[in-house]
Design a protein around this ligand. Structure first.
Ligand code: ARG
Length: 566
């Protein structure tokens, strides 16, 4: 609602200056830091620059114009070149709360997407390795973006581009042939496979022939040697079982699991096309594409004929464009792959396709553990599944202390534990690193997921069993600042969602929810909600209810469960 008024003012004033002075001026409507000045303010510097009239005259004229502009406006005043607007608290609150109570979880739905199709590539773990907390970031950011885009009227298609092909499987197979044993692996697949992978890297530091053997093993896979394919398939199956467990726990799903292997038989025509377009050149036995002076060439075919990571991604993006007709193709992948996606875009451009600008790398930072980057090469990984279980355990302990008689405790602990980890991730601007601190993120206070769930539960228990009748509200209470601040905050929800969609940034919603919860909790500390006086009680219930609607829906957009009790 606030955004709507802002944009009406902007357009209204722009029209006015256009009609009166034939000047097109970009009007900015802001929320002043000091709300005692007003709810909105409009600086006239741009106006003064273009219209040659004394400032005071322009100010007076603008004030006059705005006075009758909208019934939502209570008072218009000015200080120097600033116009200050005070809204009509009663009317504004009434409109906002009526809208939220009618629309409920549909509040904030909008159509900036206009059915455009966005394809999202996220999670995409390398399946022979343990699913690390590193891949959690991509999973949760991707999942949240999908929900946000859908709320904004986009159509989405989500792809888990499994890392189920590539030289690392060659390494794994070589390691398996040298040091592995099927029985031990079957007992503990991921752990044993990880051990083999770590050992491969350690030994290849001194034994330089290992890398070549791995290349050859992968080549055998690519040409379909049954022995190698069999081994690969088995490793893949075992690994997928672990990811499936994690997706269940997180309640994340995908429209497609077509990973790198899916493109193995689709690369040849793409390589042919590169050759026909005279883009492929030979370089020390390999085939590469030069992409300009500012960027290293893309390596497309290895000297033994095998493909590269980018060969498969190029094949995939061309396939997806044809298959899904996307308007945007988003890759939710770590900062460290920046070069890879720059190359991918440039390749598509060089091939003469016009959709290169629609390819976006939605980059993100690392997970840090005690301030250090986690990596699977040095065995320095926290296994996501273990971490989730631990968070759930911590949540259960906290819940038992706070609410010993709670039913369904296990299920609630699961939702709280998952919320803790997911929120810790999503509250951070995605391009920044996230510290993985299990103790901290499960707490019920501070900037945590459980804090938001707890705030919602508190409101639920206040509202329990009460009907809300807006016609019985006393709208005058909304003239009090702590009431009106909370109304203004919930009214921002739609524009917050749109900003999150435009910036591809779930943290915008996460941080908004924290500030909403803070506003509610400070309101709650100043106001007893369930009072005798019906008209005051109804007003209190209405704003509490509206807060809960927004909180719940905001959490849902982050992929987090809200709760009725905990
Ligand atoms: N499997 C890759 C990794 O873990 C991520 C894949 C991202 N998606 C893509 N289309 N390249 O590093």
């Amino acid at each position: 609602m606030l955004e709507q008024i802002k944009s009406e003012l902007k357009i209204g004033l722009q029209d006015y200056f256009q009609k009166t002075y034939r000047q097109s001026i970009d009007i900015v409507v802001e929320e002043p830091k000091d709300s005692s000045l007003g709810d909105l303010s409009i600086p006239l510097f741009q106006v003064v620059k273009k219209i040659h009239k004394p400032l005071m005259e322009l100010v007076a004229e603008t004030v006059e114009f705005l006075k009758n502009f909208s019934s939502m406006i209570q008072k218009v005043s000015s200080i120097q070149a600033f116009i200050n607007i005070k809204l009509n608290e009663k009317k504004f609150s009434q409109e906002v709360l009526k809208e939220i109570l009618t629309k409920k979880e549909k509040y904030g739905d909008n159509n900036i997407g206009n059915h455009q199709k966005i394809v999202l590539d996220y999670s995409s773990p390398n399946i022979a390795k343990s699913f690390s907390v590193g891949h959690l970031r991509s999973t949760m950011i991707g999942n949240s973006l999908r929900l946000i885009f859908e709320k904004c009227g986009y159509e989405t298609y989500s792809i888990n581009y499994l890392g189920d092909w590539g030289i690392q499987f060659g390494k794994m197979i070589v390691a398996f042939q040298k040091w592995g044993n099927k029985e031990t692996i079957l007992k503990n697949p991921i752990e044993e496979l990880t051990n083999l992978y770590v050992r491969f890297h350690k030994e290849s530091e001194t034994d330089l022939s290992l890398e070549d053997e791995a290349k050859e093993a992968f080549h055998q896979m690519e040409i379909g040697n049954p022995e190698y394919i069999e081994l690969w398939r088995w490793i893949r199956e075992e690994s997928l079982k672990e990811s499936a467990q994690i997706y269940d726990l997180l309640e994340v799903s995908f429209d497609s699991f077509n990973g790198e292997a899916f493109y193995n038989d689709k690369m040849a025509p793409v390589i042919k096309e590169l050759r026909e377009k005279h883009l492929l050149v030979e370089d020390q036995g390999e085939w590469i594409v030069r992409l300009g002076d500012d960027i290293v060439p893309a390596r497309i075919v290895r000297n033994n004929g095998a493909s590269f990571y980018i060969t498969r991604d190029l094949t995939a993006v061309l396939y997806r464009k044809k298959e899904y007709q996307f308007t945007k193709m988003l890759y939710v992948v770590g900062n460290e792959q920046k070069l890879h996606f720059t190359q991918l875009k440039r390749l598509v451009e060089r091939m003469g396709y016009d959709f290169a600008p629609d390819i976006e790398h939605i980059n993100m930072g690392f997970y840090l553990y005690h301030g250090k980057k986690m990596s699977s090469r040095n065995g320095q990984v926290v296994k996501l599944y273990d971490a989730l279980q631990q968070a759930i355990g911590n949540a259960e302990k906290l819940i038992s202390e706070k609410n010993p008689t709670l039913n369904h405790r296990e299920e609630i602990a699961r939702k709280v534990g998952v919320a803790a980890i997911v929120f810790n991730d999503l509250k951070t601007t995605r391009s920044e690193d996230v510290e993985f601190d299990l103790e901290q993120c499960v707490k019920f206070e501070g900037q945590t997921g459980p804090y938001l769930q707890y705030t919602g539960v508190r409101i639920a228990s206040i509202l329990k069993g009460n009907e809300i009748e807006l016609s019985q509200c006393d709208w005058r209470v909304f003239e009090k600042p702590h009431y009106f601040d909370l109304v203004k905050k919930v009214s921002l929800f739609e524009s917050i969602i749109q900003k999150a969609a435009k910036d591809r940034e779930p943290s915008v919603i996460a941080r908004y929810l924290l500030s909403l919860a803070q506003s509610f909790n400070s309101f709650y500390s100043m106001e007893r909600i369930n009072v005798e006086e019906v008209s005051i009680r109804m007003s209190n219930f209405a704003i509490a209810y509206a807060t809960r609607v927004v909180l719940n829906e905001g959490l849902r957009l982050l992929g987090i469960h809200y709760l009725d009790e905990m």
